[in-house]
Design a protein around this ligand. Structure first.
Ligand SMILES: Cc1ncc(COP(=O)(O)O)c(C=O)c1O
Length: 323
């Protein structure tokens, strides 16, 4: 298992800063599409129509698109299929390391972009989250291009995880000749729907990945979700939420800084803050959930997502009490 934000089996918090789902969601356009899904039948097993629609949105061929039961399932499938070392640039999303452990392959966890580029030649799969989780950082265009080039030369699969790209305040540098992984449930505030997809740089790896999945890896609800999120109406709703999310994230960062906490700014809808190693438990006891980062070797830090004014007021009051 990997530690995640969101429900932890305990009582529901009053305010949840620990998940990165769009706090203005769920997207009503997608909720309507989900209600209309025909759950009485299996979906068409090759997902041909869905893959064609997703491909059209990215200007690629349908043969390059693979659907999965969430980006996490695709991450595990990629790693299992390649069966070699997994390279990550830490701190980052824990599922990459989890997939390496589950597949019994080496996890090359490096901390600098230079080391990442150096070790690409020994990797089977390398993951780069854009923006990164938990830092919210965007890797620059030159670095992404160089990583894609070196991966191609070495025969490594470079996977750009674009889970938070739709929530990024700034344009996200992406290499078209590497894998692109999409997890739209976060941006649309529907993380209970387990659906993601990837765009492979060519048809062959995509076919191998599709072969490696069980039949009907996603159901009719997920098909309806993926199909509708590619549509203009759903995207218009999402774009409309961005200015508010950016404003909430800035207010959150300012509130924490005013109280003397170090904050790492971010292009995405969350920030990292140095709240101290007891903060998560203190806030939890007051009905506020943040995502502690001890599992990423950052015991003093927590990740907090952009939330509405009432949540911020509750956070401010709890931090006041903490002193
Ligand atoms: C960077 C990143 N990629 C992928 C995922 C998982 O996506 P999904 O919910 O589609 O499995 C997450 C979830 O937190 C994430 O942070």
């Amino acid at each position: 298992m990997t530690f995640h934000g969101g429900p932890d089996g305990g009582p529901e918090p009053r305010y949840d800063f620990s998940t990165n789902a769009n706090a203005l969601g769920p997207n009503p356009v997608l909720l309507s599409a989900l209600r209309l899904a025909d759950l009485s039948r299996y979906p068409e097993p090759s997902y041909a129509e869905l893959r064609a629609a997703l491909a059209a949105g990215h200007g690629v061929r349908a043969e390059q698109v693979v659907v999965g039961a969430g980006a996490s399932e695709l991450i595990h499938r990629l790693v299992r299929l390649r069966g070699g070392p997994v390279l990550t640039l830490e701190p980052t999303f824990g599922e990459y390391g989890h997939a390496a452990r589950a597949a019994g392959v080496r996890h090359l966890a490096v901390r600098s972009p230079g080391e990442f580029l150096e070790l690409l030649k020994g990797a089977a799969v390398a993951f780069l989250a854009q923006p990164n989780n938990p830092t919210g950082e965007l890797h620059g265009r030159a670095f992404v291009r160089e990583a894609a080039l070196r991966a191609e030369r070495a025969g490594a699969w470079l996977v750009q995880d674009l889970a938070y790209a739709p929530l990024s305040e700034r344009p996200v540098p992406v290499a078209a000749r590497a894998f692109r992984l999409f997890a739209p449930n976060k941006a649309h505030g529907l993380t209970g729907v387990r659906a993601g997809y990837l765009v492979a740089p060519a048809a062959e790896p995509a076919a191998l990945l599709a072969e490696a999945a069980p039949s009907w890896v996603i159901g009719a609800a997920e098909v309806a979700f993926l199909r509708a999120q590619a549509g203009a109406e759903a995207r218009t709703w999402l774009r409309g939420t961005l200015p508010t999310l950016v404003a909430w994230r800035r207010r959150l960062a300012a509130l924490l800084r005013e109280r003397g906490y170090e904050v790492r700014e971010s292009a995405a809808n969350f920030v990292m803050a140095r709240l101290g190693d007891d903060a998560a438990a203190f806030l939890h006891a007051r009905g506020l959930r943040v995502r502690p980062l001890f599992d990423k070797g950052l015991p003093d830090w927590a990740r907090l997502s952009a939330q509405p004014p009432a949540a911020l007021a509750a956070l401010a009051a709890a931090l006041e009490e903490r002193g």
